[in-house]
Structure formats: structure tokens, C-alpha cells
Design a binder for this molecule. Structure first.
Ligand SMILES: *[C@@H]1O[C@H](CO)[C@@H](O)[C@H](O)[C@H]1NC(C)=O
Ligand SMILES: *[C@@H]1O[C@H](CO)[C@@H](O)[C@H](O)[C@H]1NC(C)=O
Ligand SMILES: *[C@@H]1O[C@H](CO)[C@@H](O)[C@H](O)[C@H]1NC(C)=O
Ligand SMILES: *[C@@H]1O[C@H](CO)[C@@H](O)[C@H](O)[C@H]1NC(C)=O
Length: 362
């Protein structure tokens, strides 16, 4: 059993730094507009180091979460300049040098083309658009060695499909454990025409995270038969297979998880030795008091655990699950989000003070 309580994201008044809300019906959408028949994107996959500036300078976080050059504390960096993850230096695999990759916003019924460039020198990959119905376009489903050959280093692959269904989806590598190294991003399909009621929104990708190269763990789990512990009733009851139990009683392979990331940011909390904990910056969602209601698109892009999501002193009005809108919204205090699952929630920001916090725990 493993559990953790992590404070993340802080609602802040305007002017502060962090993630600004997105309005799909404004010029916020730089690449794709509702009037376009086809929207085209490029994604570059490559490796990177967390807590390094342009792969050159080691960066550390102060107690206040300020990022600065390791040996020259006067050299400061904005969180956007650094892939921090949970503050531990680590090799990651990323799209467009960001963790998670860019959010792709499109509109229903548009033709979508996404060219994936493999800029790795050694890894091959393929990219699956999770939840997207590939009607008539099975070759764009992105399942390496099933629907396509994996994309070799130095080459690229063009996905072409139609965004038939509106909702919250995501894309991720579909080769071995590359997803848990960071190759994830959100894919959002907005309605074709502007609905009567619109909301400014945030996309929040949740991930469980570990400090080591996950390919090694993946190999060990597959070899020991632990990779799909839910299917191993007889083996588990005989006590020969170990597993973790997640918040919803689903079983997770006995994989090491060191922290939870919210939009690629988190902190490592080491209860045994606080010296080893990190102070890396957390994700911040910037809200304006005049816009009290926001849509938050939640995606569990992790690889081991179901996660519980809640926001202190705020109820969640759940309006869609896995892209599918509910006929009637459901009010919830917290949500359990399984691997790959998505929930869309409306939140009324009720806080009178400047800060309120979101709690998220496994
Ligand atoms: C990814 O990066 C490439 C190269 O910098 C850029 O051309 C492309 O627009 C980026 N993709 C997205 C979705 O931002
Ligand atoms: C803390 O970090 C030190 C140095 O990296 C390491 O030797 C030690 O084992 C770590 N302690 C724990 C409890 O992880
Ligand atoms: C948020 O406010 C709207 C309108 O004021 C209301 O209909 C809705 O139920 C509220 N949602 C929650 C979760 O309280
Ligand atoms: C919010 O913070 C600002 C400055 O940090 C302060 O001037 C203001 O009074 C605060 N507002 C509330 C409601 O606490």
C-alpha cells in the first residue's frame, strides 16, 4: 500500500505567473480556428533532462520554489523555461520539449493532421490518440507494430483523421513505457459552433512519476507477470504476486511511484528524510474574480495508479466522462480518475481570499 497527500495548484489572482485559462472562442487558439476545414500540427519527440536549462545548466529550486542556476543563484529561471517534473534531475521523453506536450485544441468535424517527428537518436515510437474514433482511418491510430511500423529515429509519421466527437482526449506514445517517461499531451475537441453557454477552461494532466528509467521497471513487471495484476486473481490469492491497491481498490503493479505531477509539476516528499524532498514549483491556475466559473478538463495520463482529485472547499460539477457529456451534471466532492480516464468539471471559484489550494492524493 502506498499513499501520499500532495498540495498542488494554487488559484491565484491575475498578474501572478502560472497557467492562464483558455477560451476556445477567442484568439487564444493560435494554430486552429473553428472556421478551418483542416487543422495541422507538428510534434517533435525527443529526450531532455529535468531541472536543466537548455540541457546545459543544472537548475535548483529554492524553498520558495524559485528556480535558479545551481552555482550562480542570481541567475533565475521562470518555471516555463524548465522541465521540472518533481524537482529530481532525470532523463525524460517529451513532445516539443515540454512536459506534458502541447495541448492540441481542435473543433468537431475538422480534418486533423498531426505530423510526429522522431528526433530521438535511439528510440522508435508511435503516438496513439486516446479515445478518438478512427472511423475509416485505422492507420492513424498510432499503435506501434499493429497499425503502423514504429517511427524510426530521424523520420516522421503523418496522422490524418476526422475529429468526430467533441470532448477531452489525449495523445501518448504507444511503445513500451515511453508514456511514463513523459510522452503525453492533451487533445481537446471543441463543439463545431459556439454553444450558448461557454466557459474559460483549464486542461489538467495528472501523472504518477518515478525517478528512474521506467523501461527497466516495465521489463521486470512483464517478466514477473505483474504487469496486469487485475487479471491475476488466482495468482494473487495464492500470494505469489505482489501488487498495490489504488484508491478505488483497483490493483496496480508493484511499481515505484515517487510523486504525482499536475501539468508536469510536482514535488518529491520524502517522509523518511526530509533533506531529500524538493521545492520545485507547482502548477498554478490563474483565475480572475470576474470569471467565477471555469471548466477543468482532467486527464489521468499516468501509468500506475488511479488518482483522487478534489479542490479544497469547492464542489465539482461533473459534466462529462471520457469525452462523453452527461445528460445531467453530477455534483461531487472528489473524483477517482483511472488510468487514461478523463473527467470534465465545472468549478465555481468561491474563495474570497487570494489563495485557495487544490488537494490531490493517491
Ligand atoms: C512543436 O514544435 C515545432 C518546432 O518548434 C513547432 O513548429 C510546432 O508548431 C510545435 N507544435 C505545437 C502543437 O505547438
Ligand atoms: C537521500 O539522498 C542521499 C543522497 O542522494 C542518499 O544517499 C540517501 O539514501 C537518500 N535518503 C533517502 C531516505 O532516500
Ligand atoms: C455553480 O454556479 C452555478 C450558477 O450560479 C450553479 O448552477 C451550479 O450548480 C454551481 N456549481 C456548483 C458545483 O456549486
Ligand atoms: C489579495 O492580495 C493583494 C496583494 O497581494 C491585496 O492587496 C488584496 O487586499 C488581497 N485581497 C484579498 C481579498 O485578500
Amino acid at each position: 500500500m502506498w499513499s501520499c497527500l500532495l498540495l498542488f495548484g494554487i488559484f491565484l489572482p491575475y498578474t501572478a505567473q502560472g497557467l492562464e485559462s483558455f477560451d476556445p472562442w477567442s484568439s487564444d487558439n493560435k494554430i486552429c480556428q473553428p472556421s478551418m476545414k483542416t487543422c495541422s500540427f507538428e510534434l517533435h519527440s525527443d529526450s531532455a533532462m529535468t531541472m536543466f536549462y537548455k540541457q546545459l545548466y543544472r537548475v535548483v529550486a529554492t524553498e520558495d520554489g524559485i528556480l535558479q542556476k545551481y552555482d550562480e543563484p542570481d541567475d533565475k529561471f521562470e518555471p516555463e523555461q524548465i522541465i521540472t517534473a518533481d524537482g529530481y534531475p532525470k532523463l525524460v521523453y517529451v513532445f516539443n520539449q515540454t512536459l506534458p506536450g502541447p495541448v492540441l485544441h481542435v473543433y468537431q468535424d475538422q480534418k486533423i493532421s498531426v505530423r510526429i517527428f522522431n528526433d530521438f537518436s535511439t528510440e522508435s515510437l508511435s503516438v496513439h490518440f486516446h479515445g478518438i474514433r478512427q472511423v475509416g482511418t485505422p492507420g492513424s491510430d498510432g499503435v506501434g507494430r499493429v497499425t503502423q511500423l514504429s517511427i524510426l529515429p530521424g523520420s516522421s509519421f503523418l496522422h490524418e483523421f476526422t475529429a468526430f466527437d467533441e470532448g477531452t482526449y489525449w495523445y501518448h506514445s504507444h511503445v513500451k513505457s515511453q508514456t511514463s517517461m513523459g510522452l503525453v499531451g492533451a487533445f481537446i475537441v471543441h463543439p463545431k459552433t459556439k454553444p450558448q453557454q461557454t466557459y474559460k477552461e483549464f486542461t489538467v494532466v495528472l501523472q504518477d512519476w518515478q525517478h528512474f528509467y521506467t523501461g527497466e521497471q516495465h521489463q521486470m513487471l512483464v517478466q514477473s507477470g505483474q504487469f496486469y495484476p487485475n487479471d491475476l486473481e488466482s495468482l494473487t490469492s495464492s500470494g505469489t504476486i505482489d501488487y498495490y491497491q489504488a484508491v478505488d481498490n483497483s490493483r496496480a503493479a508493484e511499481a515505484l511511484v515517487t510523486s504525482i505531477l499536475v501539468n508536469g509539476r510536482g514535488q518529491y516528499l520524502d517522509s523518511r528524510n526530509n533533506e531529500n524532498s524538493t521545492n520545485s514549483p507547482l502548477e498554478r491556475l490563474i483565475v480572475q474574480e470576474s470569471d467565477s466559473q471555469y471548466r477543468i478538463r482532467l486527464i489521468n495520463g499516468g501509468s500506475t495508479f488511479s488518482l483522487v482529485f478534489s479542490i479544497d472547499e469547492h464542489q465539482l460539477q461533473v459534466i462529462a466522462s471520457d469525452g462523453v457529456p452527461f445528460a445531467q451534471p453530477v455534483i461531487a466532492d472528489h473524483l477517482i480518475i483511472g488510468l487514461g480516464e478523463r473527467y470534465d468539471v465545472l468549478v465555481n471559484i468561491t474563495t474570497k481570499s487570494n489563495q485557495s489550494s487544490c488537494k490531490l492524493f493517491v
